[in-house]
Write a protein that binds this ligand. Sequence first.
Ligand code: AMP
Length: 233
Amino acid sequence: MSLYVILMGVQGAGKGLQAKLIEEHFGIPQVSTGDLFRAMRARTDDLARKVQDIMASGQLVDDDTTNAIVVDRLAQADAQNGVILDGYPRNQVQAAFLEHHLQEKGGRVNAVLLLELDLYVAFKRAFGRVSAADGASYNYYYNADGVDFNWTPAAGSEFPPRLEASLAATGEALKRRPDDASADAIIKRIDTFLETTQPLINYFEVKGIVRKINADQSIDAVWTDIQRALEAL
Ligand code: AMP
């Protein structure tokens, strides 16, 4: 049986991390539209440039472009037993498109996992987040052990200081996603989540497939709740 799971939750709710755990445990790949769009950074064509500009401003990419990139990903060999969708669908147009597309493939959306998180916590999780080359993630507010954090003043007085971080043990400079470094971009993403994703939750709730998970717990506790929800399907 194929398994199509949608992971939903505000930025910083831990969707990416939990998607990786589902991927390993259930053997279906994570499909993150954010990652697919970020991978376009390597390209210099007009579409790739347009997508980068939209992402940097915290806005959403248009539905046709987004749906097309998902159809393409779902057609790949490793996605034939299902996928975990992370960051997609983001609105009802995308949701209806996805349902129709899966129906044509003989599948359906089996579950929508909603990772619930207080929005202030969500802001700090995104704004304070930095990552190492090996994928390890740290946070200025929540997980700063072993990391040297510095607010570096910008040249001139009109820009706010920049958060820089390095591993205390090795000196490795840690990376901050450009869309996490802009408070305004994070706030826009949270606003977009509230405006467009909330109706989507209602849309799926009517179908009885939404499972609510408390995301303000340890990674392990969230994972245990997710496993329980998926195994009950
Ligand atoms: P994410 O990593 O999911 O926060 O996505 C980063 C950015 O990619 C978003 O702010 C949007 O600009 C774009 N993006 C990702 N997924 C979608 C989607 N389903 N629809 C439209 N834009 C998206």
